[in-house]
Design a protein around this ligand. Sequence first.
Ligand code: GUN
Ligand code: ZN
Length: 438
Amino acid sequence: MTNNDSRVLRAELLSFDADPGEADTPAAGSVRHIADGALWIENGRIRAVDDFSRLAPELPAGIEVVDHREKLIMPGFIDSHVHYVQLEIMASYGRQLLDWLNDYTFPEECRFAAREHAELLSAAFLGEMLRVGTTTAQVFCSSHPVSVDAFFSACHRRDLRMLAGKVLMDRHAPDALCDDTLGGIRDTERLIGDWHGKGRLGYSLTPRFAPTSSRAQLDATGGLVRNDPSLWLQTHLAENTGELDWVAELFPGSRDYLAVYEQSGLVGPRSTFAHGIHLDQEMRGRLAERGANLAFCPSSNLFLGSGLFDRLAAREAGLNISYASDVGGGTDLSGLATLKAAYQVGQLRGQPLTAWQGFYGLTLGNAQALSLHGQVGRLAPGMEADVVVLDPAATPLLARRTARSRSLSETLFALMMLGDDRCVAETWAGGRRVHSRA
Ligand code: GUN
Ligand code: ZN
């Protein structure tokens, strides 16, 4: 009997049960690797994971087996910080953060007042995400509520696990993007009511960054966090030195940039701070104490010339790190490209990123940073069936390179340095195939 909602994917399987650490050899018990594995998915969740030969006798007769031998299945990738509304201004030349915002980003975000445009770009963005194997992301919309409705609708229709929110800004941006302070909060409350917890969606409060919110708007956002600790929060922190100077000028009563957010109650275990490049160890310690996470956005940091993130200093402080594309500041939506840039930034800091640490980061690490590890990030029974099927021989060059690999870690490293969307043979979300390269 064939059950349409039950099937087995047969492939090499890789998943993390814990942080593999920084050494070349992963910490004991952190990696689960099955050379010829079976991933049994049923009704949108993973029912069992095992050696194919061990699981085969337990499978119902006639169950569909999707044969992906020669391919590598991992949990779907997670992007902890990305702006869907900036898809079409990727690769805009020659500016650093504040000029880039004024010259390219704000004019572009004005277009999202139109529902039709927001719907078009939501679909295009999700198509691109699934093409690169990313099944979950924490997403900035624009300040228009309709940009959030369009995005969440598109995610809900595809049954994706996604976090997103309406940008809050009530100053230092074009009028067309600025909220009336309390009106922006009321819009946010309406969006939370409509979308938070619907299907696999979660609402992330989204004050853009300190310079574009008044203290009143930050405080009101803090009030929403206090009322409902199940909400997420996303913003930017200490990305660019010009930004730092501006924040010091705008908030003379705050001892540093992080204190601006602390004073409004915005720093907690569900808070993601994008970048956090220009912090000292004491500030990293304060973030760690609250269980917040820093989203490391290496391709964006290189593209906007923002600086070199000190990953090991963050780890030393006990701070959760997540990995993110930060498109449109970032130059690639692919998690593989994010790892490549993270490795390059690491090399310039004398802290190269192992493939183990990188792929742990894209999967379980990001899931933990976003408090989503009960749902996604691992190949394990009960988890949601969001997976990426990678082809380590997708291009002639990769085939040549990975044929010479003497270990899994060498193959993973080749994927993170040479891979792109061509390596993503299929993407599955909620137990359904949502992208196929073929
Ligand atoms: N800081 C405030 N807004 C933004 C944005 O849209 N992108 C990046 N990279 N940094 C920001
Ligand atoms: Zn950003």
